[in-house]
Write a protein that binds this ligand. Structure first.
Ligand code: COA
Length: 259
């Protein structure tokens, strides 16, 4: 891998997008590598949470690569957006929770990458914007859809139609970011959050993500049926039997087995 660095420890995977010459901008090669790494990680039972961040202290990801897009025609652009959306969907449907640690510019495709993650932490240095309309395009990797669902259509219209850049605190006030930390503490906090999630019953965590994410695309009664299925699935696990029995015996369990 040229542009992706991967570390695994204590049930956590840390994926760093590292393309310093373009402030970690997403060109086709970065997207291809992301696809491959996510495919491999999704099969790794040891990974209980994934953290995504950008290399350096300036950018999370400064967008899709403008140099690659400038000469595209309509059908090439649609194919590029489809490719980007496939990668973003790999993240949003990734089997375990994905934490974005946003350490600097999250612009355009970088904002969309953060939106595809489940939990967003940002440093004080982070900023978010959709500069696309100023470049003569719309967001194309899920931004119009995910931001409108997350923060409401008016916030999506505001940020997308004005292109204005917001800092971490405003993103937090808009419900786009969960927590804001100092730059130096960002990765420690992301790891702490990841470890907390990793210490819960793995099947329950996966089923909870499935119920929440897939449920968002359903009408309420269908979502509730999905929740019943996810709830039922947990009762096939030893972890559920052990955790409930231990509670009743007043002996909290130390660790979950993951089945
Ligand atoms: N695509 C391609 N290259 C990009 C890029 C992008 N999205 N974002 C940054 N880069 C490149 C710059 O072209 C520059 O390359 P160079 O050193 O070969 O000239 C390098 O990264 C550093 O960026 P630079 O603009 O010199 O840094 P800056 O501190 O002056 O500004 C930004 C930083 C992020 C504000 C500015 O780079 C920017 O506006 N980037 C584009 C953001 C964007 O519109 N993203 C959405 C695309 S749809």
């Amino acid at each position: 891998m040229t542009y992706i660095k991967l570390e695994k420890a204590d049930g956590l995977a840390l994926l760093t997008i590292d393309r310093p010459e373009g402030l970690n901008a997403l060109n086709r090669e970065v997207l291809r590598e992301l696809t491959q790494v996510l495919l491999d990680l999704a099969d790794d039972d040891q990974v209980r949470a994934l953290i995504i961040t950008g290399a350096g202290d300036r950018a999370f990801v400064a967008g899709a690569d403008i140099a690659e897009m400038v000469d595209m025609d309509r059908s090439e652009a649609e194919m590029f957006a489809r490719f980007g959306n496939r990668v973003m969907n790999q993240i949003s449907s990734f089997p375990v929770p994905v934490i974005a640690a946003v350490n600097g510019y999250a612009l355009g495709g970088g904002f969309e990458l953060a939106l595809a993650c489940d939990l967003r932490l940002a440093s004080q240095k982070a900023s978010f914007a959709f500069p696309e309309t100023g470049l003569g395009i719309t967001p194309g990797f899920g931004g119009t859809q995910r931001l409108a669902r997350l923060a409401g259509p008016m916030t999506a219209m505001d940020l997308i139609m004005t292109g204005r850049r917001i800092k971490a605190d405003e993103a937090r006030a808009l419900g786009i970011v969960m927590e804001v930390t100092d730059q130096e503490q960002l990765l420690d906090r992301a790891r702490e959050l990841g470890r907390t999630i990793a210490s819960e019953a793995p099947v329950a965590v996966r089923e909870a993500k499935r119920a929440i994410m897939q449920g968002l695309d359903l009408i309420l009664v269908e979502g509730l049926t999905l929740e019943e299925v996810c709830f039922g699935r947990c009762f096939e696990t030893k972890d559920q039997k052990r955790a409930m029995t231990s509670f009743l015996n007043k002996e909290p369990i130390e660790e979950f087995e993951g089945e």
